[in-house]
Design a protein around this ligand. Structure first.
Ligand code: HGY
Ligand code: MN
Ligand code: MN
Length: 396
């Protein structure tokens, strides 16, 4: 299996890879990701798996009757964060295709369809809302709001998709009995557990908040410090406050994205916009963290004479995966059960159908970075584990 994994993996490894950073620029519905979607269609055709699209940009390759119900859904996403790793997303899709091969080679004929999905815009790196495709499919985001989301160049999701997204598809969703997403682990728990594969128990509640700070643009050289209303000052304080408040709560707060206007070396900014990614093990801890950061930012804005506006752009509640399913798969695989702080399409679908996740060991735990890695042997172990899970769910 390791050889077959590497052979298929090498077909997509170069797609969207940045030569300088070694990371991936696979933004949803841009040329790199579109090439991966075409590759997916070709792979499905090679396997005699018809591919349907749900009108939201999500692709579904069917092993079995697309009109049948009780289907076992697997798969993940192709899109990446800027200069992200190779495995976050694509590993779940490649592993699903290989797991189908594995079952066929063993002469397995499922009683119910097995479907491999490629969800669109899971990272939210282009249009700002993570799990956009799975949220549209499940009706968790309004199709008109999704249609109007715009990327940094002003292109809307509807324009990128080529049409207004169809929105919720309860009939399609109702044809899936379970969803199992395999994903590279984004942490080191499997290294510590000395195991190649784990089953997920939960996803931390998390969300994204846009902090907009307005002040007075002015000349860097002629404006006295006492006369400034500098939003960068308020922003810098907010970032430090987010870091401190997260540490106090054993939570996670990240400000990794900022936009400055006019973004000139010799001008005091007029506006600074920063995005807070906040996550915590419990909803009340997350709420407390975000409120503390907002309050500290507001207090500092008053001192700096700047104006603050905070907007929640996305939120994912605590996801507790189907306990019976998780225990059943952990027993089947003799694998540990782990929570995660990373969001996934499985976290969205879990509110709509029995859902599970498999994690594949990541030797460094690093993710959302060119340094993300997984060994071929562990990836092969993931394929074998996913094949066993699919057989367990589709053949009994
Ligand atoms: O942000 C996340 O947790 C996921 O990688 N989209
Ligand atoms: Mn990710
Ligand atoms: Mn992912």
């Amino acid at each position: 299996m390791t050889g077959r994994f590497r052979e298929l993996w090498d077909e997509i490894a170069p797609v969207g890879r940045d030569a300088d950073s070694g990371g991936y620029l696979r933004y949803a519905l841009t040329p790199a990701e579109l090439r991966l979607r075409e590759w997916f269609r070709a792979q499905a055709e090679l396997r005699g798996m018809p591919v349907s699209e749900d009108g939201n940009g999500n692709l579904f390759a069917w092993w079995g009757d697309p009109a049948a119900g009780g289907a076992v859904l697997t798969g993940s996403h192709f899109d990446s964060v800027p200069h992200g790793g190779a495995y976050d997303g694509p590993l779940g899709i490649v592993s699903a295709l290989l797991a189908v091969d594995e079952l066929r080679a063993a002469g397995v004929t499922p009683l119910r369809p097995v479907v491999v999905a490629a969800f669109v815009e899971e990272e939210g790196a282009r249009f700002g809302v993570p799990c956009l495709g799975s949220r549209l499919l499940t009706g968790e985001i309004d199709a008109d709001r999704a249609a109007g989301l715009r990327d940094a160049t002003g292109v809307s999701f509807a324009e990128a998709l080529g049409h207004r997204p169809a929105g919720a598809d309860p009939a399609l969703l109702g044809r899936f009995a379970t969803f199992v997403e395999l994903h590279v682990e984004q942490g080191r728990a499997l290294v510590d557990a000395d195991a190649p594969v784990a089953v997920a128990s939960a996803i931390w509640p998390h969300g994204r908040w846009r902090f907009e700070l307005r002040g007075e643009g002015n000349h860097a050289g002629t404006t006295r410090m006492a006369d400034r209303r500098d939003p960068m000052l308020t922003f810098a304080f907010t970032v430090l406050a987010a870091n401190k408040e997260a540490r106090l709560r054993d939570a996670h707060a990240t400000v990794g994205r900022v936009a400055v206007e006019p973004n000139a070396t010799n001008a005091v900014p007029s506006r600074v916009t920063g995005w807070l990614d906040a996550r915590a093990a419990a909803p009340e801890t997350l709420d407390g963290l975000v409120e503390a950061v907002r309050a500290k930012a507001a207090e500092r804005a008053r001192r700096d004479g700047t104006e603050l506006a905070v907007t929640r752009e996305s939120a994912t509640p605590l996801v507790t995966f189907d306990g019976g399913l998780a225990d059943r798969l952990a027993g089947l695989l003799a694998a540990p059960v782990l929570p995660t702080g990373a969001g996934h399409d499985a976290g969205v679908l879990a509110a709509h159908l029995p859902t599970a996740m498999l994690f594949v060991r990541n030797p460094t735990g690093v993710s959302h970075s060119p340094a993300e890695s997984a060994t071929d042997d562990d990836c092969a172990a993931g394929v074998v584990a996913l094949a066993r899970v699919l057989e367990e769910l589709a053949c009994h």
